[in-house]
Write a protein that binds this ligand. Sequence first.
Ligand code: UDP
Length: 470
Amino acid sequence: MAEAPKSPSPRPHVLIVPYPAQGHINPMLQFSKRLAARGIRATLATTIYLAKSMHVDPTAPVDVETISDGYDEGGYGQAKTPDDYQKSLETVGSRTLAALIERLEESDRPVHAVIYDGFIPWALDVTRRYSKVGVVFFTQTCAVNNIYYHVQRGLLGLPLEGPVVSVPGLPPLRPSETPSYVYKLGSYPAFYDMVINQFINVDEADIVLFSTFYELEKEVVDWMSASLWPLKTIGPTLPSAYLDKRLDGDSDYAINLFESTADVCSSWLNSKPHGSVIYVSFGSMARLPHLQVTELSNALVRSARPFLWVVRSDEQHKLPGHLSTATDRGLWLIVPWCNQLEVLSHRSVGCFVTHCGLNSVIEAICLGVPMVAVPQWTDQTTNAKYIEDVWRVGVRTRMSIGEDGSEIVRSDALEECLREVMEGERAKEMKENALKWKEKARAALDDGGSSDQNIEAFVGQLLRMINTIE
Ligand code: UDP
């Protein structure tokens, strides 16, 4: 009897596992869309808690499944300490990720590869248990990660000594220009461990991806790929509508952890002159000291320019009374969350006061908006250095010491920066640089650009590996 024809193997299927935070989900989800456009099926695994508050666009070409961090009711906020959270994420996360892979194995969409966030290296152990291809995806810059790599391998001794820190591929840095976990050793031990441990098993990953793009970090990418691993930069990871426009319908991140106020913002922005508005946002996590909110408010009001300020609901109680009303004679608009991409691409926006979270920085670069950098912690201090001195698309604010000993940006320092970026001698140069980067970012993802080629090569490599394993 003739052998029955083999059923065609199912479409290649990757499981994408970001660290559970908006700034990690966005780039990994966007990358999934690029894979989907190349015939790879992608499923995003997020935590049960975050899945509850996600607003997922049903047309997104990506499935969503859940794992657990052990805090299904309150996520990170439910944990007693950051250390408790990290431990629980690893133990419960490993277990539930394994269960998810097993469940999918029994379905019509078994997993062939796991693309996991560098922040959760334990995902590689789970991946290996099931003999899947393991791809690590880093969501911070190569510059920042090269610093962490050097610390993890004992190549950069801590505490830092001397006025200059030297790391290959990076410009000389002052200690305060390295990530805060490095120069303020002991400030957040659980997060320090997390960023350093990204490199404990990186050499065992099958493929190494970074969410930035080659042109933005040429020197350090060249050094890392020649000396460490053949890494691939695949970004920027903004929706295609803001870059190459080659993915139909990809105009939004499709997953938002907060409800946005897009209509209010765009009609308010429409009423403002070209390049006149200061946009202010500190991202999804930063909690500003009360005094810092006061100083920011004073600077913004005194600037006499219209400003749009994102103050999350849990931060709004810090606003001074005169600003607690959402708007005043059209001079300002305060919202709990917005569609940042729409705001940054609006012609009325003249500059972005940012905490320098990498997604925000890359979005500003891709949309040609100069920045005033007010870094708070983690990699933001290094991103701010690059904004001012390497990419030359903005200025950093001067820090002072507040009454309680914490670092703070005073209103006069912020006002000075706002003037410099909006109308100062270097304003024109910063705007021109921002527009140059905007074009390079678009070109990287467009047909034949550096990231486009890397994604193509990644897909080829992935398919070859999947076939070898099967
Ligand atoms: N974001 C947004 N609306 C807001 C503020 C932020 O959509 O009102 C998005 C922003 O576009 C970015 C992400 O939230 O993609 C924030 O990531 P980032 O790395 O800048 O900072 P984090 O929140 O991780 O500190």
